[in-house]
Design a protein around this ligand. Structure first.
Ligand code: ADP
Length: 264
């Protein structure tokens, strides 16, 4: 029956024998699909009312009620946060529904320039931002999704680094002929005990700090999904009080050398 989904595992048993374990995951996958559609639909339905609330809030500036100003500011901030949350949920749903990714030539020189600009705009002069490219090759994949992943890492680096810190974006070759894009900061760092769960949806080290700094808790989930669609992985190194480095590691098959690019 083609509708039945099996999860197969082959386990060595003895010198000559292997165990084949088959688990019926049809129901589990169906449930996962229902959950995914539900989240996507709810997010989509929330978009329009939020746009209306957001739009009207921007128009409100009662001159005879100056004491309302801070309340209105807070309402604007919160509705902005909600909008970001809905957008991030929609992005995640879109990523989860894909099992293939675009095969663009992702031009890395403009990508790095854009990331630098974004970091500087977010930082507003509070951090020292550097970009280094040690690899003259592009990537193969989705320009849009990779930009969203890299941008999330840059935004985290800025938000979780106090003023005066450094943010370093680096694109470099890996020993196996692949490529790595890393974002290093000198910020708060992440305790080792949190690292295994850090890419889970809504997982945060410190809820109060993240909330204050305006995150949705979905950024790293998005990064993980985008990378997995590119058969790439996320490596995280971090030390509390010293900073963190998030590295996106791409295999050689994702690297487009200049010569290949020219003949393609
Ligand atoms: P958020 O929207 O809360 O930033 P993310 O999924 O992007 O959500 O990150 C999850 C959590 O990981 C954050 O709440 C924060 O605690 C931690 N984190 C992410 N990036 C960094 C970083 N560069 N430095 C320190 N902590 C980080």
């Amino acid at each position: 029956d083609p509708a039945i989904r099996l999860n197969l595992r082959l386990i060595p048993y003895s010198e000559e024998l292997w165990l084949l374990v088959a688990r019926d995951v049809t129901k589990l996958m169906r449930l996962e699909e229902v959950r995914r559609d539900f989240v996507a639909n709810v997010s989509h339905e929330l978009r329009t009312p939020l746009t209306v609330v957001h739009g009207y809030l921007d128009l409100l500036e009662p001159e005879d009620k100056p004491e309302w100003a801070p309340l209105l500011d807070e309402m604007r901030r919160q509705s902005q946060r909600m909008t970001q949350l809905v957008e991030d949920l929609l992005t995640l749903s879109r990523l989860e529904a894909q099992d293939e990714i675009a095969d663009d030539q992702v031009s890395m020189a403009p990508m790095l320039a854009t990331l630098k600009r974004e970091a500087e705009a977010l930082s507003q002069g509070r951090h020292h931002v550097t970009v280094e490219s040690a690899l003259d090759a592009d990537l193969r994949g989705s320009t849009r999704e990779l930009h969203s992943a890299f941008s999330n890492l840059v935004s985290n680096a800025v938000r979780y680094t106090p003023a005066g810190g450094d943010i370093a974006i680096r694109y470099a070759p890996t020993p196996d002929g692949g490529a790595a894009l890393s974002v290093r900061d000198t910020g708060y760092g992440i305790p080792a005990s949190h690292l295994p769960r850090i890419t889970e949806r809504f997982y945060r080290v410190s809820t109060s700090r993240s909330r204050e700094l305006g995150g949705t808790g979905l950024g790293l989930s998005i990064v993980k999904h985008v990378l997995s669609l590119h058969q790439a992985r996320l490596a995280i190194e971090s030390e509390v009080g010293a900073g963190s480095t998030f590295t996106c590691v791409f295999g050689p098959e994702r690297v487009l050398r200049r010569a290949e690019a020219a003949s393609a």
